[in-house]
Design a protein around this ligand. Structure first.
Ligand SMILES: [Mn+2]
Length: 303
């Protein structure tokens, strides 16, 4: 049997259109894709794998978001590598079937294939978001690698919350395969042979202080290499007291790009909370004033 790939570049959970079709988020998606394509080329990957949740909204796609999606797919298609895409739960219109998705049109691109039903090729098994009793088939997979969008208990749903066990799919169901790579939970994490590879970049405050996101390079038979996207947005949660006491510590931690307006506004506003300032505001007044200026560009949660 010929292996599916020599070297694959894997990414997941882009969520184009997140935050009510935020242009800042969609621009981040586009910047991420340009970085990812550079990675594919510089590392000589022959295959691109996407593990689900391309779009965010399950019901409607805004026109500007559609435009970003199209540009992103044109860029990925133009690389010339084979690209295989799995639908995640956010791509599916129905909860109990996969007949309608927001990514069906992807298969119209020359180099992009959408997998809508479990499919094996070259010792790799592709498993779209599971519905009904499909989870019972996982124990029968005979391939070396499994690519999926799984909801496995005992993994972290985000930095704080562990997925409870509902008695369906479990880690042990994949005990017989070499490695599993999956999207769905956005925090990068590994237990035994199962890798949640992490979303493409931090999306919101559930991802605060955790910038280990980007992509995976998987050379056949080797250990996976996790690569971080250093230019992605970064989320920080801190108390206002922490910020006032050590502004430089919290404002100079490599925060960049779309967080810039937040950082610059913070710099502008800091004198207002200095006790020495003649116009000093109370901490609560500052927080209100500040949040009204930053809007969706605010990457700081001030408590
Ligand atoms: Mn997701």
């Amino acid at each position: 049997m010929v292996n599916l790939f020599k070297k694959a570049a894997i990414f997941t959970d882009l969520h184009v259109g997140q935050k009510s079709n935020s242009q800042i988020h969609n621009e981040d998606c586009l910047r991420y894709i340009n970085w990812f394509i550079d990675l594919v080329k510089t590392r000589n990957c022959d295959t691109i794998l996407f593990l689900g949740d391309f779009h965010h909204n399950r019901n409607s796609i805004n026109i500007q978001t559609m435009d970003y999606s199209l540009r992103i797919l044109e860029l990925l298609d133009s690389v010339g590598c084979r690209m295989i895409v799995l639908p995640g739960n956010h791509d599916l219109y129905y909860k109990d079937k996969r007949s309608i998705s927001s990514i069906k049109y992807m298969s119209k691109f020359k180099n992009i294939e959408l997998i809508n039903n479990q499919y094996s090729e070259g010792d790799v098994c592709f498993v779209p978001w599971l519905i009904g009793e499909e989870h019972k088939n996982m124990r029968k997979i005979k391939d070396r690698y499994v690519m999926g969008h799984f909801e496995l208990p005992k993994f972290m749903m985000n930095s704080m919350v562990e997925m409870p066990d509902h008695g369906e799919l479990k880690r042990e169901d994949f005990g017989h395969v070499d490695k599993v790579f999956t999207g769905h939970f956005h925090k990068r994490q590994t237990q035994n042979n199962i890798h949640y590879i992490g979303n493409a970049f931090p999306h919101n405050f559930a991802d605060a202080w955790d910038n280990d996101r980007g992509a995976v390079i998987l050379e056949w038979g080797m250990e996976p290499e996790f690569v971080n996207w250093a230019q992605g947005p970064e989320y920080r949660v801190m108390s206002l007291a922490q910020l006032i006491d050590n502004p430089e510590t919290y404002l100079n931690t490599g925060i960049n790009f779309c967080s810039c307006s937040g950082v610059m506004l913070l710099r502008k506003f800091l004198p207002k909370i200095s006790p020495k300032s003649p116009n000093a505001l109370s901490k609560s007044a500052f927080a209100l004033d500040f949040s009204s200026f930053t809007g969706s560009a605010c990457l700081f949660s001030i408590s």
